[in-house]
Design a protein. Structure first.
Length: 377
């Protein structure tokens, strides 16, 4: 399609090199918004480690296999997806583009890809669900300290058609993020960062005055309950009690934690270091994947994120044991550069490159990818 367009002098409006998006977006975004998206914890060592880990694994292409007919689709925990790719939960997207999560939901839905809605999204989950229409959607929970609010979030998500629950464990505090600190910028404190809380009856019930009359008190109330560092493995039954669908724990890096999640009856784990935004100097997510895959041993779904930039990266993560991957910053830069159309462009490029890489390395389905498809360079 792109090459045919070239015959009549058209070139893509946004680069097809998804690894170059950040640099292009930097010039077009507000410095505060760019810092928020691009930033990592501390020195950025974990973000660099995420990329370095991908560079160390190399695909070994196989020849003379008929790869004419290919099928990228997969079903993960009952959710059918046209390719094993989901949109990672990313908070407060209206600081990137006014249509924020609504534009993302429409772009994802147009391709049938599932999106994971963040607790700190800038549009309420009900509106995002409507924008997603019939397309699959999952809900990400920052587990609030307040029990009533947690229950209310889960009930709302279930009512709005979110099929699976992703519980993020690595962010009960925001890390030392120097770009945000240097600009004294915390988008969660903007009114839009509270959208899902302000739309919540249980949250509003805890406010002495309406948020409109006393915004500072609303922010303080939010900060006090955003997430709870006292949570332990013993608290997991609460989730089961209030959520009927599949539950995944996001932020798992140690094989023992993966084993424990499975033993606790969780349906899946997401191997992730939050895109290098939480623990500076953390293990690269890809380096954690083989150990988690061995520990889980087929007893639960394994998803992966942190550092996926290209179709080849998806192939590597699938080969090392992921059932599907989540992509974060690339689609956010697409949103910054072109709204809904920009997100769609990024996702289509990623899927096309995944399809080509799979075929050119001699495979027709994600199931065929095993560690044998790679060497460690
Ligand atoms: C995130 N991430 C995230 N995760 C989550 O569970 N809830 C959230 O609200 C957010 N918010 C968020 C904001 C921004 C700006 C970024 C970049 C990331 C983490 C996200 O889901 C995912 O783990 C990483 O983005 C994956 O890494 P890459 O693909 O960005 O390298």
């Amino acid at each position: 399609e792109i090459y045919l367009g070239g015959l009549s002098g058209q070139v893509p409006p946004i680069t097809t090199d998804l690894s170059a998006l950040a640099e292009i977006a930097r010039d077009r975004m507000e410095p505060t918004a760019y810092g928020y998206v691009a930033g990592g914890a501390g020195t950025g060592a974990t973000m660099r480690a995420n990329r370095a880990a991908f560079d160390r694994w190399r695909i070994v292409p196989r020849m003379l296999r008929d790869v004419t007919v290919r099928d990228l689709s997969r079903t993960v925990l009952g959710t059918r997806m046209p390719a094993p790719v989901l949109l990672a939960p990313v908070g407060v997207l209206s600081v990137v583009h006014p249509e924020g999560e609504l534009a993302v939901a429409r772009a994802a839905a147009s391709l049938g890809l599932p999106l994971v809605h963040s607790t700190v999204a800038s549009y309420p989950m009900e509106e995002v669900a409507q924008a997603a229409g019939d397309a699959p959607r999952w809900y990400q929970l920052y587990w609030p300290r307040d029990r009533e609010v947690a229950v209310s979030f889960l009930e709302r998500a279930e009512r709005a058609g979110y099929e699976a629950l992703v519980v993020t464990l690595d962010t009960f505090l925001l890390a030392w993020r120097t770009r945000d600190l240097d600009q004294a910028y915390l988008p969660f404190l903007q009114r839009v960062g509270l959208a899902n809380y302000l739309a919540d009856p249980a949250f509003r019930a805890g406010l002495a005055k309406p948020a409109e009359e006393d915004p500072a008190a609303a922010v303080a109330h939010w900060a006090a309950m955003f997430a709870d560092p006292s949570k332990t493995w013993e608290d997991l039954p609460f989730l089961r009690e209030h959520w009927d669908g599949p539950i995944l724990l996001k932020g798992i890096l140690h094989p023992d934690d993966a084993r424990r999640a499975v033993d606790a009856g969780m349906d899946g784990v997401i191997v992730s270091n939050h895109g290098g935004r939480q623990v500076d100097g953390s293990i690269a997510a890809l380096d954690a994947l083989p150990g988690v895959a061995a520990a889980v041993d087929g007893r639960a779904a394994i998803l992966f994120d942190s550092g996926i930039r290209t179709g080849a990266d998806v192939v590597k993560a699938l080969a090392l044991g992921a059932d599907a991957v989540l992509v974060g910053r690339p689609y956010v830069y697409g949103l910054a550069l072109g709204g809904e159309e920009g997100v769609r462009h990024v996702l289509r490029c990623l899927l096309a490159e995944l399809d080509l890489t799979l075929a050119l390395s001699g495979h027709t389905t994600p199931d065929q990818l095993t560690p044998d498809a790679l060497v460690h360079a």
